[in-house]
Design a protein around this ligand. Structure first.
Ligand code: SF4
Length: 363
């Protein structure tokens, strides 16, 4: 089940914690960037069958104007067919740039899922994160999506924000549940180099973040959400098909600066710099790459196992993978971190917060 990812690297302002490949103050590049995307999509369609899912992420895709959004949809449809016929098509939005007109345009274009960033419902925490929209603006944007007819919406929430306490977090969760989204994703704050938070020497709070997350799980389960991946909760049938393909080690194609692709063990990503992406997309060789590598059979097996363990149902292992990792699987099971039943392996609840330490055992 191949997925198509399209990266729009433009943001109005850089958030204090953000180390994604996104840039503020480069709106003048949007038009040439769309031209470059068109070229890359035309080239890709000769090697890439029609996708099942589409994810337009960023950056802030909702920063594009209405005409630019129309151009984006039409360049994708020229190469890959009608968006409305895809199994799932997600558009990432931020509240400050998502107008009711854009919501209506996206719905009419066949987009059937929107993921919208909130992080917290307290405006002082949103300010601390450097987010542009207030909670009230978020609610307006969310309502405009419902009014436009979207019935599959994700909200992002964050744990471990400086000055956030469990009460704040649970208040945010309550506000989110009152809005009745179909999907909720959680992120623990990480402080990366070259961010405002790193310059301010803001510390991470992994234990506080884990405590908040633990409080959220029963509340979400009581509200009818299924905890289906380490950081993701969905109402039944609303799991992200696009992301499930990543976790199944499926093939996907990435278009745009920094976008990663995976095809049968070959992994590559386009160059991060949008200006260089635009320049090189026009050459016969296509966009310059940030990296390109072919996974060895052993790496593919390890990756398959680690990705599968991200899902709370775990993974049914093929014989060769099970045999290759049996000693390590048994050791982690004896430590109470993995549950093994036949060939099915999954993380125990207690291991959800230290999943990276578990995954390191397989590298
Ligand atoms: S809106 Fe998202 S991509 Fe843009 S700066 Fe903030 S966190 Fe980064």
């Amino acid at each position: 089940m191949p997925g198509l990812y399209v990266h729009l690297p433009f943001c109005r302002r850089k958030c204090n914690y953000c180390d994604f490949a996104s840039f503020a103050g480069k709106d003048a590049l949007i038009e040439p960037y769309l031209e470059a995307l068109k070229r890359e999509a035309e080239r890709a369609k000769t090697i890439f069958a029609r996708p099942d899912t589409l994810y337009i992420g960023g950056g802030t895709p909702s920063l594009l104007g209405r005409e630019q959004l129309k151009k984006l949809i039409s360049l994708l449809e020229d190469a890959f067919g009608a968006v409305k016929d895809l199994k799932e098509s997600t558009f990432e939005a931020n509240p400050e740039s998502l107008t009711p007109e854009k919501a209506a345009l996206l719905k009419a274009a066949g987009i059937n899922r929107v993921s919208i960033g909130l992080q917290a419902s307290q405006n002082r925490l949103l300010d601390r994160l450097g987010r542009l929209a207030s909670f009230e603006e978020f609610v307006k944007a969310f309502s405009s999506l419902r009014l436009a007819g979207f019935n599959n919406l994700n909200i992002d929430l964050m744990t471990g924000i400086p000055d956030q306490n469990p009460e704040n977090f649970m208040d945010s969760l309550k506000e989110v549940l009152d809005l009745a989204p179909e999907h909720i994703s959680f992120y623990a704050l990480e402080v990366h180099e070259d961010t405002t938070f790193a310059a301010e020497k803001v510390g991470e709070a992994p234990e506080a973040a884990a405590d908040m997350f633990e409080l959220a799980i029963p509340v979400l389960e009581n509200a009818g959400f299924r905890h289906y991946e380490i950081s993701n909760f969905a109402r039944p049938g609303r799991e992200s098909a696009h992301n499930l393909n990543y976790w199944a080690q499926g093939d996907y194609l990435g278009l745009g600066s920094s976008a990663a692709s995976h095809m049968g063990g070959l992994r590559r990503a386009n160059i991060n710099d949008p200006e260089l992406y635009i320049k090189t997309a026009a050459t016969p060789e296509g966009p310059a790459l940030e990296y390109s590598e072919t996974l060895t059979p052993a790496q593919r097996k390890a990756e398959k196992l680690m990705l599968g363990l991200r899902k709370t149902d775990g993974i049914e292992l093929a014989d060769d993978i099970f045999i290759e990792f049996k000693v390590r699987i048994d050791k982690l099971a004896a430590q109470g971190l993995l549950e093994v039943s036949g060939r099915r392996v999954k993380l125990k609840k207690e291991a959800l917060y230290i999943s990276n330490a578990v995954f390191r055992e397989f590298v």
